[in-house]
Ligand binder design. Structure first.
Ligand code: FE
Length: 356
């Protein structure tokens, strides 16, 4: 976790110190742009994203609106604990996080409030936002199959089902089932195929494990590249980032693997979002809504998505060359709200399958 100059105190600081720092910061101009409109107040963003791109987007927002952006960064679970501890004294206006499963958890714990915005409703496809308007997806990621070039014919790993097929026995690496990325995928499978078929799939994949589930998405890719296994599931942007890494070893590893968007002849690849909502007790609610609406502008969509190698949610936004090179792909259109609603069931089935 990093705290940038002008940002609020890190999550680990005692609440009193944080609030003191916040009060102090709130009195001082953030010194953003001299060309910005007159001071139009502030918006406090609690973010579970740790991307420089977000800072760029916030800078552009301040320039366009005169509203200063102050951020606190933390992991998703820490953000939830903090919001609960602060309750109605929380300075949080906007909560920004990854994965619809996390957005659902925020809503489920009563930490968000509905947003009334025709701009957001018009710009963001209905399946990528909460039906009760408590959270919105602002950029998309696909959960893709990464395979070992030379050892795997990509045509043989064209579907999520292929990861459960006997020919991959002992050749599949996965992160743990408690990862929200895997929970969301499982929830989508339960929704589409039913619990019985979803369990059968999870059992098949578990039977194919080359090792016990461990590590994050990048470590799955590295394991495939190193020959520990031949296929895995990751969010697409991890491979794109490795391809562009400053570390030659990461670039070399990325060279040894290929990427498949699964289920292109079926329902399409599983997609998820980075998203945001307005905090239940937002002291600057109007500014919070303005920030969310800014995130669907063509420029913000370009930056927000492009700099993180995620896909825009708005159709006409520009993507970077790396994403363009991946080409168009078919997306599963399951409503993302399902990922949260079926999260507990998903974990239960993974547990039953022995996917720890
Ligand atoms: Fe991620």
């Amino acid at each position: 976790m990093s705290v940038r100059p002008g940002f609020l105190a890190p999550i680990a600081a005692p609440l009193t110190a944080v609030l003191a720092a916040f009060a102090l910061a709130a009195c001082q101009p953030a010194g953003t742009s001299a060309t910005a409109p007159a001071d139009a107040g502030v918006v406090n963003v609690y973010s579970a994203r740790h991307y420089d791109a977000d800072a760029e987007v916030f800078k552009a927002f301040t320039k366009a609106t005169g509203i200063r952006v102050q951020t606190i960064e933390a992991q998703g679970d820490q953000l939830i604990e903090r919001l609960k501890a602060e309750a109605d004294a929380s300075p949080a206006d906007v909560i920004l996080t990854v994965d619809a499963g996390n957005l659902w958890r925020l809503k489920d714990q009563g930490l968000l409030k509905p947003v009334r915005s025709s701009v957001l409703d018009a710009a963001i496809p209905a399946n990528l936002r909460d039906p009760d308007s408590q959270w919105y997806g602002f950029s998309k990621r696909a959960r893709v199959i990464v395979y070992a070039k030379g050892r795997i014919d990509p045509a043989s790993v064209a579907t999520y089902d292929s990861l459960a097929a006997p020919q991959l026995k002992g050749r599949v690496c996965m992160r743990t089932s408690t990862s929200v990325y895997n929970l969301s995928l499982m929830a989508a499978r339960i929704e589409r195929y039913g619990a019985g078929a979803a369990l059968t799939w999870a059992k098949g994949v578990t039977a194919n494990f080359a090792r016990d589930p461990q590590g994050n998405d990048i470590e799955q890719i590295k394991a495939v590249a190193a020959g520990l296994c031949d296929a895995t599931l990751v969010n697409h942007y991890y491979l794109i980032r490795m391809q562009a890494s400053a570390d030659p070893a990461e670039r070399a590893a990325a060279e040894r693997v290929g990427l498949v968007f699964p289920d292109q002849a079926g329902p399409g690849a599983h997609v998820n979002v980075s998203g945001a909502g307005v905090a239940k007790y937002a002291p600057n609610e109007a500014n919070a809504v303005k920030l969310l609406e800014f995130l669907v502008s063509a420029q913000a969509q370009g930056d927000f998505a492009k700099l993180n190698e995620e896909f825009p949610v708005v159709a006409n936004a520009e993507v970077g060359p790396e994403l363009k090179a991946l080409g168009a792909f078919k997306e599963d259109d399951t409503p993302l709200a399902v990922y949260g609603e079926r999260q507990a069931e998903a974990q239960k089935l993974y547990d039953e399958a022995g996917w720890r």
